[in-house]
Design a protein. Structure first.
Length: 390
């Protein structure tokens, strides 16, 4: 039996064979398996050299410096370290945070936890296309705002925010700016220093690297004082005391190579993906009653999110299961069986939010995959509408 066509690259990507080969060199007795923190023998020194190279690779891919990189288990941990770390360190200076209702759960849930602990959080609502205006950020800032957390590329609709504009506003006000950039690398330009960002979360498994590894970038943006964090875990002092625990050499080596291969994003590859997305959209739009979510003028070409009128969402997923692998939204919330909170924030009603599909296109997507997706989804939507008497 053939496997379903995979169009869920926004959720996770397969590990590139070259990345897997590099990781394998750090796992066995013949390779660099040592503890990178062990400076007393050559095994540790070899592993430490691998980690240092990976740190430089990640930094170069996003316009940062190697010393900016703090390894984590992924973007979720990086988001938590950034939000809780800044909030706790600067709690005497202010307890107000600004974010958006369309952020990933890895940002929203920490913010809600801080609200339970006494912080105040302002949740901004983007326009119908998913765009936040810089003046919204400026209006939301208060004298005691210590942190603004805004996603660069939205994981459900692919919309790109103008991070450089937000960075200038935050710098002028004196608030730290955190950006979740898990969906950005390899899809659009990422320039950590030029954006004026203080903290940025990254993930390896969105760019053909391994699951279970990510990074938090920290920079002081040229201020007299760099951003500081209160650590969330202790014991060993690794990563400058901000993230204790033995660094997983094979994981960070995989992330480093994956980032080096992904950035800068090749223009011809972006054009190829954009062409596939347009082919997919045109094929689905022909069904009628199909709505595109997110402003296509300000989005990466790798994500297409559409809603289908007069179709029940759970039935649609069941109808395409086994033939097509896609998501209804974020992989972290797809098991909840409830309408997408991101689409509801954009003004979609519950029916359209629930009957949405997110298509994630990637390195291995082909025209044949798109043709299959159009045929499978089109057939399912037509059948379900007919059964429903529409």
């Amino acid at each position: 039996m053939s496997r379903p066509v995979y169009l869920d690259y926004a959720a996770t990507t397969p590990v590139d064979p070259r990345v897997a080969a590099a990781m394998a060199q750090c796992l066995t007795a013949e390779g660099d398996f040592g503890n990178p923190a062990s400076a007393s023998h050559e095994y540790g020194e070899a592993a430490a050299a691998r980690v240092a190279k990976a740190r430089a690779q990640v930094a170069a891919a996003v316009g940062a410096e190697p010393q900016d990189v703090v390894w984590t288990s992924g973007a979720t941990e990086a988001n938590n370290l950034a939000i809780f770390g800044v909030a706790e360190y600067y709690r005497e200076q202010g307890r107000h945070i600004v974010t958006a209702r369309t952020e990933h759960k890895a940002v929203l849930d920490p913010c809600r936890e801080l609200e339970r602990r006494g912080w105040r959080v302002t949740y901004l609502v983007p326009d119908a296309g998913g765009i936040l205006r810089p003046e919204q950020i400026a209006a939301a800032l208060q004298p005691d705002t210590v942190l603004v957390s805004i996603m660069h590329v939205n994981n459900e609709i692919g919309v790109i925010q103008d991070i450089a504009a937000l960075g200038a506003i935050c710098a002028a006000h004196g608030a730290w700016l955190h950006v979740d950039a898990a969906q950005s690398v390899g899809k659009c330009a990422v320039a950590f220093a030029e954006f004026g960002v203080d903290l940025m979360s990254l993930s390896a498994h969105k760019v053909y690297g391994p699951k279970g590894v990510g990074a938090l970038l920290l920079s002081g943006r040229g201020r007299a004082e760099k951003v500081h964090l209160r650590a969330l875990q202790f014991g060993g002092g690794q990563e400058r005391g901000m993230r204790a625990g033995t660094v997983a050499t094979h994981q960070v080596v995989g992330m480093g190579l994956a980032f080096e291969m992904a950035a800068p994003a090749a223009p011809e590859e972006s054009q190829r993906i954009a062409g596939l997305r347009e082919q997919l959209w045109q094929g689905l739009a022909g069904l009628g009653g199909v709505f595109r979510n997110g402003d296509p003028r300000h989005s990466v070409p790798h994500v297409l999110n559409v809603s289908f009128a007069d179709v029940e969402g759970e039935s649609l997923l069941a109808a395409i299961r086994g033939q097509l692998a896609v998501s209804t939204g974020s992989a972290c919330t797809s098991a909840l069986q409830e309408p997408s909170y991101v689409l509801r924030a954009l003004g979609r009603d519950d029916q359209l939010s629930e009957s949405s599909l997110r298509f994630g296109l990637g390195r291995f997507s082909s025209e044949t995959d798109i043709e299959t997706a159009v045929a499978v989804v089109g057939g399912a939507v037509t059948r379900l509408r007919r059964v429903g008497g529409r």
